[in-house]
Design a binder for this molecule. Structure first.
Ligand SMILES: *Cc1c(COP(=O)(O)O)cnc(C)c1O
Length: 431
């Protein structure tokens, strides 16, 4: 049987050596220009794999667990599962999605420090034993609902304190109390997790987090727990440079506190790292207004003018991340006739809903656009699952691609269409 009955079969276009992602985007824009000019997404599955290769060559001793919430597109799950990554799930739906891709339960962590009881029970029923915990109330729930749980204690880091984000993680002091309570309740603790946000530039944060983690390991071992997992969380932007920086910061500390000989398994939760460069969204400019920065002047074109552009996708669609507090990166212009030294103007970008919340980008500098032009956004997420959750807007179609070189590399890594990527079929691009 090929795939699951309720799973779509993904058509992936195989790009030969001479075809770039830009060519693919161009050709879809050309097609759309003759049709409805609808927004669309191009996914580069090779980029996903290349990020995995980069991870493994830079941090070979740290096993990645991908947080599904960063992009739960089944294509992403299937490829990362095939490459041997683990997964971090935040709820029942994400657990089911990952299990449906034949990921063994021991490669799944149920995250979130306050979980709905039914989700803990769902994890217990499916043999997902790794759970994160940072408070006593949660510990009591887990003791009742999940007798086989193997807990990772979530430790707070300084970076969170700086961002005034104290909602997650417990202090060293409360860790001791939690460990003792776990002991009394008969709940197993197997390690420590912490999160350093991607925005954190200070490698000192890792120094403190890792030495704190060592303290918790020592406390746990004192109480008789077999402490064997260290989860260094996320904080990886996706760039090779930044990954190497983090590696340089943590390597001596890992060697000192958690040497390979200690038998401790080190894992991480890179999300953005994997998907930031693999999804590209193309949207069409459907409307345009000029506002003069001097309100009394006639809105004529001068250097002070600001342009408002309306797009055919907005925050109730692919840009839902904006509503969730993320900054949408400025787009690039896809314009056949763009010359290098065109003047740029202050511009703002709006979705199609006429809702004041539907502002995609508050301010960016763009050459003057006309209705019918296309803008290209590097998305990271397809925005699809989230937008489906809050609205029933039409989802832009996703065109999956992989270069021939990347596909060969994947096959060399032991991935094949028949076994590991059952929901895919490959076709030659352009045929
Ligand atoms: C979102 C999330 C991550 C990933 O964060 P990135 O900065 O996108 O890598 C990791 N772990 C958990 C529990 C998350 O919720």
């Amino acid at each position: 049987m090929k795939g699951f009955t309720d799973e779509p079969n993904y058509v992936v276009e195989l790009l030969d050596g001479g075809t770039t992602l830009e060519d693919v985007i161009d050709s879809h824009i050309y097609e759309q220009a003759l049709a409805e000019k609808s927004a669309f997404v191009v996914a580069n599955l090779g980029a996903l794999m290349q990020q995995h290769v980069l991870w493994q060559s830079t941090l070979p001793l740290v096993r990645p667990f991908y947080p599904v919430k960063c992009n739960g597109s089944p294509a992403v799950i299937e490829i990362l599962a095939a490459l041997g990554a683990g997964f971090v799930c935040a709820n029942k739906a994400e657990i089911s999605l990952v299990l449906n891709h034949d990921v063994p339960p021991e490669n799944i962590i149920l995250s979130g420090v306050c979980k709905q009881l039914s989700h803990i029970k769902h994890a217990a029923k499916n043999g997902i034993n790794y759970l994160v915990c940072d408070n006593e109330a949660e510990l009591c729930k887990i003791a009742r609902a999940h007798p086989n749980a193997r807990l990772l204690l979530q430790l707070s880091t300084e970076a969170q304190t700086e961002e005034a984000n104290m909602a997650f993680g417990c202090s060293l002091k409360s860790c001791r109390h939690l460990l003792e309570t776990a002991k009394e309740l008969g709940v197993d603790v197997v390690g420590v997790a912490f999160l350093v946000p991607t925005s954190c530039k200070d490698s000192q944060v890792y120094t403190h987090a890792l030495s704190d983690a060592r303290c918790v390991f020592d406390m746990g071992e004192e109480l008789g727990f077999n402490m064997e997992i260290l989860d260094i969380g996320s904080g990886f932007s996706g760039s090779e440079f930044q990954l190497k920086q983090v590696h340089a910061a943590i390597r001596p500390l890992l060697e000192a506190y958690f040497p390979v000989t200690s038998g401790v398994r080190v894992i991480a939760e890179p999300g953005t790292f994997y998907v930031s460069s693999s999804f590209t969204l193309a949207v069409n400019v459907i409307g345009k207004k000029v506002v003069a920065s001097d309100l009394h002047a006639e809105p004529t074109l001068n250097d002070d003018s600001e342009f408002l552009y309306y797009l055919n996708d907005g925050v109730y669609g692919s840009f839902v991340g904006k509503l969730l507090g993320n900054t949408i990166p400025s787009p690039t212009v896809h314009k056949m006739s763009l010359t290098a030294d065109e003047p740029v103007f202050s511009s703002s970008l709006w979705g199609p809903s006429c809702d004041t919340l539907d502002q995609v980008v508050e301010h960016c500098l763009l050459p003057e656009l006309t209705v019918g032009d296309w803008l290209i956004f590097n998305m990271g997420t397809s925005g699809q699952e989230e937008s489906a959750a809050i609205s029933n807007s039409d989802k832009p179609p996703v065109y999956y691609t992989i270069s021939t070189g990347d596909w060969f590399e994947m096959q060399e890594a032991g991935i094949s269409l028949d076994t590991t990527m059952k929901n895919f079929s490959l076709i030659q691009y352009g045929l």
